[in-house]
Design a protein. Structure first.
Length: 213
C-alpha cells in the first residue's frame, strides 16, 4: 500500500487524528500502510501523528472504530475498494467548510483557555510607602503616648512601620513614622482626619514623602 503523505499532512494540520477526537482503527490502518516515518520537515503534522499513533502500538488491535476512513489516504488501487457505486469521488472527511469549522473550533478553544489563564492570574495590588509626620502641641506632650495612639488607628490595607522622633526646635520633637498603604483601600485624607481626632496630643499631621511599591 502507498499513502498520500501530502494529503495526510494537510488533513492533520487542524486535527489530531484521521477520524474523530481519539485514536481509532482508521489511524491504525493508515499507520500500518506507511513504510517509514514521514519527514518532519516536509510533513511535520503527519510526522507528529505517526509518532503519536506509534505510542499506541500495544493497543492497536483494541482501538475502536472502522478502518474504512483511512482508505482516503491510500493509493488509488486500495482506495477504490471503498468507493461507492454512485459517487467515486466521495469525500470521507467533509468539505472545506467542515475544515474551516474545525479550525475555528480549535481557535475558539485556545482563546477560551488563554482567557481562563488570564482570569486566574493574581492581580497586582498597588501599594505605597509613605513617610507620615505628626506634630505635638508642645514639648510637654507625651510622645510615647502619642505614638501609641497613632498606631492604634486601624484601616483595612494599612500597616504601620518604623518610627523616630525628629527635633523641630524649642525642645519640641515630631513623630516621623513610615506606613505601607494599599492605594485602593487607604485614603490618606481619612487617615489624617483620624489622627486629628487625637486633639489632646496632635497639633497637625503631614505626608513628608510617598513612594510606589
Amino acid at each position: 500500500m502507498s499513502v498520500d503523505l501530502v494529503k495526510l499532512n494537510d488533513h492533520l494540520a487542524a486535527r489530531s487524528y484521521v477520524e474523530g477526537y481519539g485514536p481509532s482503527q482508521a489511524d491504525v490502518h493508515v499507520y500500518k500502510a506507511i513504510s517509514s516515518p514521514p519527514d518532519a520537515n516536509s510533513a511535520p503534522h503527519a510526522d507528529r501523528w505517526y509518532r503519536h499513533i506509534g505510542s499506541y502500538a500495544s493497543e492497536h488491535a483494541s482501538l475502536p472504530g472502522s478502518s474504512s476512513a483511512g482508505e482516503a489516504f491510500l493509493g488509488s488501487a486500495e482506495a477504490s475498494a471503498v468507493k461507492t457505486e454512485d459517487d467515486d469521488d466521495i469525500d470521507l472527511f467533509g468539505s472545506d467548510e467542515d475544515e474551516d469549522e474545525e479550525a475555528e473550533r480549535v481557535k475558539a478553544q485556545r482563546v477560551a483557555e488563554y482567557n481562563q489563564r488570564k482570569a486566574n492570574k493574581p492581580k497586582t495590588i498597588a501599594k505605597s510607602v509613605i513617610t507620615f509626620e505628626v506634630k505635638p502641641w508642645d514639648d510637654e506632650t507625651d510622645m510615647v503616648v502619642l505614638e501609641k495612639k497613632v498606631r492604634e488607628i486601624e484601616m483595612d490595607g494599612l500597616v504601620w512601620g518604623a518610627s523616630k522622633l525628629v527635633p523641630i526646635g524649642y525642645g519640641i520633637r515630631k513623630l516621623q513614622i513610615t506606613l505601607v498603604a494599599e492605594d485602593d483601600k487607604v485614603s490618606m485624607d481619612e487617615l489624617q482626619d483620624k489622627v486629628a481626632e487625637l486633639d489632646d496630643y496632635v497639633q497637625s499631621s503631614d505626608i513628608a514623602a510617598m513612594q510606589k511599591l
